[in-house]
Design a protein around this ligand. Structure first.
Ligand SMILES: Nc1ncnc2c1ncn2[C@@H]1O[C@H](COP(=O)(O)OP(=O)(O)O)[C@@H](O)[C@H]1O
Ligand SMILES: [Mg+2]
Length: 335
């Protein structure tokens, strides 16, 4: 299923739980994906589907306890990330893999100037002196489209508007020329116009710098414009995965189909509340033993309530975890 030949990031069967006082939360239940250099993978799923925990697990960003990576292989550029020492992991995070989060106010430090926060990784990870780091910081702010870059280095995060803060976050994430950028709902908190500008900026930067990107969102419409491939998550699992055009043309999983139906048909209507899918969100306090979507699925039959479907390759780089598909078309993939 995985084409790991030339992958810059390869994740296999990742399982992450939280051991809480109220029991075990099964946040990530066997996630596998690979990312080729320069590629943009969109990860889509409703709130609570395990998108953030997956990405935080990859980089060792979850506090343990309560988080625990139960199994999984995480290979970055041929190196086993799970075997890395804390300082190697820190170097990887700040240097080769950049992060952007939804809310820059919580990830930018309010008590340090933007200049300091840009220069710090350059000095720590790239060993630049102050002068070099300052020059590079100005370059970076210019790169992400912040006017008067040189004079803004001394400003604090709260002196920037929401959209500009998000640009600062992107500049910091790009500071050390990462090969991979992980963007976790980076435009969700922004209004539609700014959101569009940030998307445009990321498209541009990607062309210019050629890094691979994992773009996480609950809004399929957002990634449709920029992704090469999309992975759809439900209940801590990837339930469908395909090149973006293929996914839109030929969605197989009933959850993906429902997501597509909730997309606003009118351009520009995106910021309106998305229609929700009927039924309860999945119960994460047990490991999946059946198809977790079955209770909300109009096609569910007996097998779905008994056995958790695995991802089956159906050609065109497309795979899907659904018994219904196998049921109605046993010839194509006798499962
Ligand atoms: N610190 C935590 N303790 C317990 N459960 C958590 C914690 N963080 C996240 N979870 C649970 O893990 C699941 C996945 O969360 P998350 O990855 O944040 O979802 P998403 O990013 O897709 O919205 C959710 O059920 C969430 O409640
Ligand atoms: Mg999240």
């Amino acid at each position: 299923m995985l084409d790991s030949g030339a992958a810059i990031l390869d994740v296999a069967d990742l399982k992450t739980v939280f051991n809480t006082r109220d029991g075990v939360v099964h946040a990530v239940n066997g996630v596998s994906f690979s990312l080729a250099p320069g590629e943009l993978l969109g990860v889509v799923g409703e709130s609570g589907s395990g998108k953030s925990v997956t990405m935080m697990s990859l980089m060792g960003l979850l506090p343990s306890p309560p988080a625990e990576i139960v199994t999984g292989e995480i290979i970055y550029d041929g190196q086993d990330v799970r075997a890395m020492k804390p300082e190697q992991l820190r170097a990887l995070r700040g240097g080769q893999i950049g992060f952007i989060f939804q809310d820059p106010m919580t990830s930018l430090n309010p008590v340090f100037t933007v200049g300091f926060q840009l220069m710090e990784p350059l000095r720590v990870h790239l060993g630049m002196n102050k002068k070099q780091a300052r020059a590079r910081s100005v370059e970076l702010l210019e790169l992400v489209g912040i006017p008067d870059a040189a004079s803004r280095l001394k400003d604090f995060p709260h002196q920037f508007s929401g959209g500009m803060r998000q640009r600062v976050m992107i500049a910091i994430a790009l500071a050390c020329d990462p090969k991979v950028l992980i963007a976790d709902e980076p435009t969700t908190a922004l209004d539609v116009t700014i959101q569009a500008q940030i998307l445009e900026l990321v498209k541009e930067l990607r062309q210019k710098l050629g890094m691979a990107i994992v773009w996480i969102t609950h809004d399929l419409g957002v990634v449709a414009e920029i992704a090469d491939r999309i992975a759809v998550m439900y209940a801590g699992q990837i339930v469908e995965h395909a090149p973006v055009k293929e996914l839109f043309r030929n969605p197989q999983h009933p959850y993906t189909q429902a997501l597509l139906e909730t997309l606003p048909k009118v351009e520009g209507a995106r910021n309106e509340r998305l229609l929700s899918i009927d039924g309860q969100p999945p119960n994460m306090t047990r490991a999946p033993q059946s198809c977790e979507f079955a209770p909300r699925c109009k096609y569910a039959f007996e097998r779905c309530r008994r056995e958790n479907p695995v991802r089956v390759d159906i050609g065109n780089g497309h795979d899907v975890a659904c018994w219904w598909d196998v049921h109605i078309d046993g010839e194509r993939h006798a499962g």
